[in-house]
Design a protein around this ligand. Structure first.
Ligand SMILES: *[C@@H]1O[C@H](CO)[C@@H](O)[C@H](O)[C@H]1NC(C)=O
Ligand SMILES: *[C@@H]1O[C@H](CO)[C@@H](O)[C@H](O)[C@H]1NC(C)=O
Length: 494
């Protein structure tokens, strides 16, 4: 009994010290998932693009050794062999240098960490050269032995919480996070990344682990490394992959006391709306009114690396780079609206859902190439370099913590709103032109629309908007426009 109370107390302390702050540098916002990028390329991207454009953070693909699979599918990185920091993205030295260079550019790093499981059968050697025997649950490079795993059983019923958390997800050997040795190995791995200067973690398959065990592991994490510019006492930002579309035994609310969660309902809802299956006017209560977790507990996204290829949740309505027009519009809404912590997906193009990133020789990952209009080539999509997306990160930074005001809708698919007196955005997803005098909330002046173009010196390469002394402006968005969005803000005043 006493022991139970003591454990309860430890769990409470862990929760009390968890926090939901992204640790972004002031004045910045917007995270980008640079899926499968190499560390040296990311370091250069922080210095050349993400830092200068105002991005606040980046999520990297898993950093630890994974099983080498035939054909090199992207998902091999979700099959850990050890916690050595060598993958196709680079080695520990390159990763450490990347984190340092990105922090110096004002861009924080969040690592995709996998500790629900280890590699499935067939993954006998890894990207750092370690060997393993998943069929006997032996991973000597950690080391883990069969004692560290739950008994073998398959997850077949998502209405059975015990099964979801204690059995194997698609044959991946299921670690027992209640085991103190496993807790120690995992927290050592995460603390090593904190020493290297990362700002937080995306916890893969969190739904498949017991919240109390996660609380113990998170409670063992160090504060962030002040040598990388973090304030003393800063806790790592934690976003847990919990897919909760309703109707299952496990709920996201079991995890929101420990950290943020990946809000898949946001991806599903925003996809349906911008595909025209739901009306924009209904977005007037965007947020918890749509069943999302609280704003500071919700990592929000239009698509992620799983659901863009039909894995995970969201189904056929998820918007991806393959439907660029409405992906841009939905991304603009996500970045304009104050709700949640937005993450932009940066993809490589694929035709086969197993296909890995572009390579030079079938094995080594190729670097992106860059075009004069800032877009990428070489098989990389780089949604984060689309003008309509990176300019909306700047919009969000200009808006800062200003509240949503001046909501307007035509009762259908034309809406607009301001962020206080700092920024204004309008959308037209109707079959009718939008031609209206709308309240922008902005000071009088002439502004550059950052969707159709951008401010260049004292001129604008896109549409201009004149705001009168009453804050109103005549806003036009054609129903046939490739961009059914118009966005202006105080930093784009001419
Ligand atoms: C709003 O848009 C609809 C088309 O969806 C149009 O029929 C209607 O006239 C518009 N309403 C107003 C008040 O502008
Ligand atoms: C909206 O304004 C544009 C530009 O002035 C004009 O060409 C278009 O016909 C107008 N549409 C409607 C429905 O009034």
């Amino acid at each position: 009994m006493f022991l139970t109370k003591t454990l309860g107390c430890i769990a409470f302390l862990a929760i009390a010290s968890a926090q939901f702050n992204t640790n972004y540098v002031g004045g910045r916002s917007g995270m980008v998932h640079l899926f499968e990028w190499k560390w040296d390329d990311i370091a250069a991207e922080c210095e050349n693009f993400l830092g200068p454009q105002g991005y606040a953070g980046l999520q990297v693909s898993p950093v630890n050794e994974n099983a080498v699979k035939s054909g090199r599918p992207w998902w091999e990185r979700y099959q850990p062999i050890s916690y050595k920091l060598t993958t196709r993205s680079g080695n520990e030295e390159q990763f450490a240098s990347m984190v340092r260079r990105c922090n110096n550019a004002g861009v924080r790093t969040y690592v995709d960490v996998i500790f629900n499981h280890m590699a499935a059968d067939g993954g006998t050697y890894g990207t750092a050269g370690s060997t393993a025997s998943p069929s006997s649950k032996s991973y000597p490079a950690v080391p883990y032995s069969s004692l560290d795993f739950n008994p073998t059983c398959a997850i077949t019923n998502y209405n059975d919480a015990d099964q979801v958390r204690n059995c194997e997800l698609v044959g991946l050997r299921d670690l027992n996070q209640g085991n103190s040795y496993v807790q120690e190995k995992v927290s050592d791995f995460l603390n090593h990344l904190i020493d290297l200067g990362v700002a937080g973690f995306r916890v893969d398959a969190a739904k498949h682990m017991w919240p109390a065990d996660l609380g113990v592991i998170y409670g063992r994490l160090k504060n962030l490394n002040t040598d990388h510019g973090f304030a003393s006492g800063s806790r790592p930002y934690i976003v847990q992959e919990v897919i909760d579309m309703g109707g299952e035994a496990i709920s996201k609310t079991e995890y929101t006391g420990l950290g943020a969660i990946t809000e898949f309902r946001h991806s599903d809802s925003i996809g349906k709306i911008f595909r025209g299956k739901d009306k924009l006017t209904y977005m007037s209560n965007w947020g918890t009114g749509w069943g999302f977790a609280a704003s500071d507990r919700s990592l929000v996204f239009v698509d992620n690396h799983d659901n863009q290829r039909g894995h995970g949740a969201g189904g056929a309505d998820v918007l991806t780079y393959k439907v660029p027009k409405h992906t841009r519009w939905a991304s603009a809404f996500m970045l304009a609206h104050p709700f949640g912590t937005p993450r932009v997906m940066s993809s490589f193009s694929f035709t086969d859902t197993d296909q890995g990133p572009p390579t030079t020789d079938g094995q080594n990952i190729a670097s992106p190439t860059f075009n004069s209009d800032k877009s990428c080539g070489g098989g990389w999509v780089c949604e984060h370099r689309w003008r309509q997306i990176y300019n909306m990160v700047a919009f969000r930074n200009a808006a800062g913590d200003a509240d949503l005001q001046n909501w307007w809708s035509n009762g259908s698919n034309q809406i607009s709103f301001s962020r206080g007196n700092r920024a204004f955005v309008a959308f037209n997803n109707d079959n009718y032109d939008l031609n209206s005098s709308l309240q922008t909330g902005l000071p009088a002046g002439t502004y550059c629309d950052v969707i159709s173009g951008e401010k260049s010196g004292s001129s604008c390469t896109g549409k201009t908007v004149t705001v009168g002394s009453d804050g109103r402006a005549s806003i036009s968005i054609s129903s046939s426009a490739d961009d059914g969005v118009l966005a202006i803000h105080v930093n784009a005043m001419l």
